[in-house]
Design a protein around this ligand. Sequence first.
Ligand code: SAM
Length: 270
Amino acid sequence: MIPTVTRNLLTDNPALYEARFPDPDHAAGRFVDDIARTLLSDDRSRLSVLDLGCGTGRDLGFLAGQGYRCHGLDMSEQMVRYAAAEHAPVTASVDDLRDFDLQKSFDVITCLDSSLLYCHTDTELASALGCARNHLRSDGLLIAEMRNGAFFLGNTELLDVPTLTSFDWEGRVWSAETTLWIDHASQLLRRRRAWTLPDSSEPLVQTSAWRLLFPLELAGHLERAGFSVWAMFDTPGPRTDPGWIPVSNLEGLRDSPLSGDRLHVVARAV
Ligand SMILES: C[S@@+](CC[C@H](N)C(=O)[O-])C[C@H]1O[C@@H](n2cnc3c(N)ncnc32)[C@H](O)[C@@H]1O
């Protein structure tokens, strides 16, 4: 596997990550909980969840509080340490979502906040989805949420122009200038972020990239890996505006134009 994660100030500092991207209503956890309860079982204590790219573990922390048995994996040692320390009884391990073997099977696998898009090549994506399938029981669910590559067909508002963000954390101001652009040849959305840090006059410049996947392309990868796609939809979702709301008729989620910024996928292990 080619290393794709360069240094990242936010994944190196989990508390800073949570300050930058607060999720006070546990939107991501509620999204997973509602779908799992509707499609699998109302008895959460019967269900186990594996989160790929678990980050700070806060989504699993919420789910564990509801009764699920939870494990997270992440490539960042800092994130894994934080997740296990802050969200016990959640367990966490340093693993690469593109190739892992935990010798365990789960009822639900989640991959949120575009973590799947750290698979930059088709080979990495096939490997990640194959590993996910191997860790799911038959009829188990893969619940994923990510940027939608199809959004960029005709929408350029997020591209090429630097955006400035600034937030307070522990009484100090953290600012960043972020630019996104498309690398067409590699089918990647690339990001350059220049941080202005409270303690330094030098900017800290870091880069990252996400695979741009179209919905049909992802559906094909899922089917080849042994999944049947139950639904793909634009809204509602934990990172959409308005955000996730409990949906009384989940079947209605199947009817979506798939042109939004965020793509939500629910697939069953065949
Ligand atoms: C956007 S964050 C996820 C945030 C998480 N849902 C949360 O709310 O804390 C993406 C995470 O994926 C992890 N990651 C990136 N590439 C990975 C890989 N190949 N394998 C495992 N984790 C990876 C990063 O370390 C980071 O913690």
